[in-house]
Design a protein around this ligand. Structure first.
Ligand SMILES: O=c1ccn([C@@H]2O[C@H](COP(=O)(O)OP(=O)(O)O[C@H]3O[C@H](CO)[C@@H](O)[C@H](O)[C@H]3O)[C@@H](O)[C@H]2O)c(=O)[nH]1
Length: 458
């Protein structure tokens, strides 16, 4: 039998492209051919950042379709990208599939779409191709989405998603504490935008439920309560490049691997790793508080400062900081994060709590300091601090900032006892058992692969 051909399509942001690319690389090891569809802009970035173009298996074909926008300026306007994607990409995706399936190539028999791209699942359904949705965030975030009708019935939010009052919910005992004001749709600039985002989410959740499979980068151990409430979501994580002894791919920036040599020179369990994923940015005063706080800890640190966060003022400050802390710290624009987190010299991870960073940290037994910005990051912080108890959050001052003294104190509190490290190592052990023979993620993944191999287009 010829190799089955699967089309994989991520939402065009970094925290989605990396895990879907990891999934693609796992599928190739099971004999699949992958057509990986990025937007044109993302496609260029991914190719530019691939230091070694031969890194990707040639059974993964990278292709591009337009996102419907003309300029980077437009892409930065909230809601604009999602709206353009929805207007333009379904037609382009359908065209692409038709072209491939009319060619000599093995036809596409399954579409794996990012959970946020319900329309791609709709396109597949319309073309008689079976479909799976992949959730890049915690299962808890989708469980919350599925509960929207109940939240409205229970008077917690209104029909536009606006919280009726500020309150904290916990949908099940092992689920994170969720503050209504942190609901992803409620943290936007204005009511008009909130209505659009909320409506799109409700519509998207309806489409996701039509998928034949709904998989995610998590495990039953991490989120037992969420999987009890939504057993249709099947965890296949933790998805890490190291599990298949490979490299992670799909990065938007080129990794600076020199920091690994620097880490080799640091004592075991000594370094604070600081990274805020691919979106988060700082005000200048907050940036300086963080720099000062790190300096005050007197511990070595590795800090990822993306190029796009170094505006004119910060750039000068970063230069000064680099000079001043040259013996204590290392600053890079983009790190090989998965390798960094598995390095023996890492003591803890100061993170914005994006789900990928969270999974990568707990899979390596690294305790965390939580600095969430938006969306699911607040729920993830609650998992880390309240449920798994492998990290600490920061207190903000009256102006909403996190002061240097607070940063130093929390680092000392986290690293001043072995309790957090011991819990983190214990959690790591349980997580990693999921992907071995007999583990539940392994079993879900195997069933998923078998289903794709035996399926016929309906
Ligand atoms: O120097 C760096 C910094 C990050 N990464 C990688 O980039 C990814 C970042 O993903 P994540 O930690 O999830 O952060 P975001 O990029 O902010 O992710 C978006 O997507 C996530 C998944 O849906 C959400 O949980 C987040 O809230 C959302 O901001 C991870 O795989 C990291 O390993 C690197 O390789 N090098």
């Amino acid at each position: 039998m010829a190799n089955p051909h699967v089309l994989v399509i991520p939402f065009p942001v970094q925290g989605h492209v990396i895990p879907l690319m990891e999934l693609a690389q796992c599928l190739v090891e099971h004999g699949f051919i992958i057509t990986f569809v990025n937007t044109e802009v993302t496609h260029e970035r991914v190719l530019d950042a691939l230091a070694d173009k031969g890194l990707l298996d040639d059974r993964i074909r990278l292709v591009a379709i337009p996102d419907g926008l003309e300029s980077e300026e437009e892409r930065k306007i909230p809601g604009k990208l999602a709206e353009a994607i929805y207007r333009v990409m379904p037609g382009k995706l359908e065209e692409l599939i038709r072209e491939i399936n009319a060619s000599e190539e093995e036809p596409i028999t399954c579409v794996i779409a990012d959970q946020g791209l319900g329309w791609a699942l709709e396109v597949a359904g319309k073309m008689g191709i079976r479909r799976a949705a992949f959730l890049t965030a915690a299962a808890a975030s989708l469980v919350l989405g599925f509960r929207i009708p109940c939240l409205i019935d229970d008077g917690i939010i209104d029909h536009d998603g606006t919280p009726i009052k500020k309150q904290t919910l916990q949908l099940a005992p092992t689920m994170p504490l969720m503050n209504t004001s942190d609901f992803v749709w409620a943290r936007v600039a204005n009511l008009a935008l909130q209505k659009i985002i909320f409506g799109a989410m409700v519509q998207n959740n309806r489409l996701v439920k039509l998928a034949d499979w709904l998989i995610c980068n998590s495990t039953y151990d991490l989120e037992p309560g969420a999987f009890d409430l939504a057993p249709e979501i099947k965890p296949i994580g933790p998805l890490l490049a190291s599990n298949r002894l490979g490299n992670s791919a799909g990065h938007f920036w080129m990794e600076d691997s020199t920091c690994l040599e620097w880490l080799d020179k640091q004592p075991p369990g000594s370094v604070i790793y600081v990274a805020f994923g691919s979106f988060a940015t700082f005000s200048k005063p907050q940036f300086e508080e963080l720099a000062l706080g790190l300096e005050l800890t007197n511990r070595p640190f590795l800090w990822v400062l993306r190029q796009d966060t170094k505006d004119g003022t910060n750039a000068t400050y970063v230069e000064g900081l680099q000079h001043k802390t040259a013996t204590q710290g290392q600053i890079v624009s983009w790190a090989p994060q998965q390798k960094v987190l598995s390095h023996p010299s890492i003591a803890c991870f100061l993170s914005h709590c994006g789900w990928n960073s969270t999974v990568e940290s707990v899979s390596n037994g690294v305790p965390m300091l939580c600095w969430p910005y938006f969306a699911d990051q607040f729920f993830n912080q609650s998992y880390i601090c309240d449920i798994w108890k492998v990290g600490l959050g920061f207190k903000r001052d009256a102006s909403g900032a996190i002061a240097h003294g607070e940063i130093k104190n929390k680092v000392d509190e986290l690293l001043g006892t072995m309790t957090f490290k011991e819990r983190a190592l214990h959690l790591k052990e349980r997580l990693m058992n999921n992907i071995g023979e007999g583990g539940s993620s392994h079993e879900n993944f195997t069933n998923f692969v078998d289903w794709m191999k035996t399926q016929k287009s309906s």
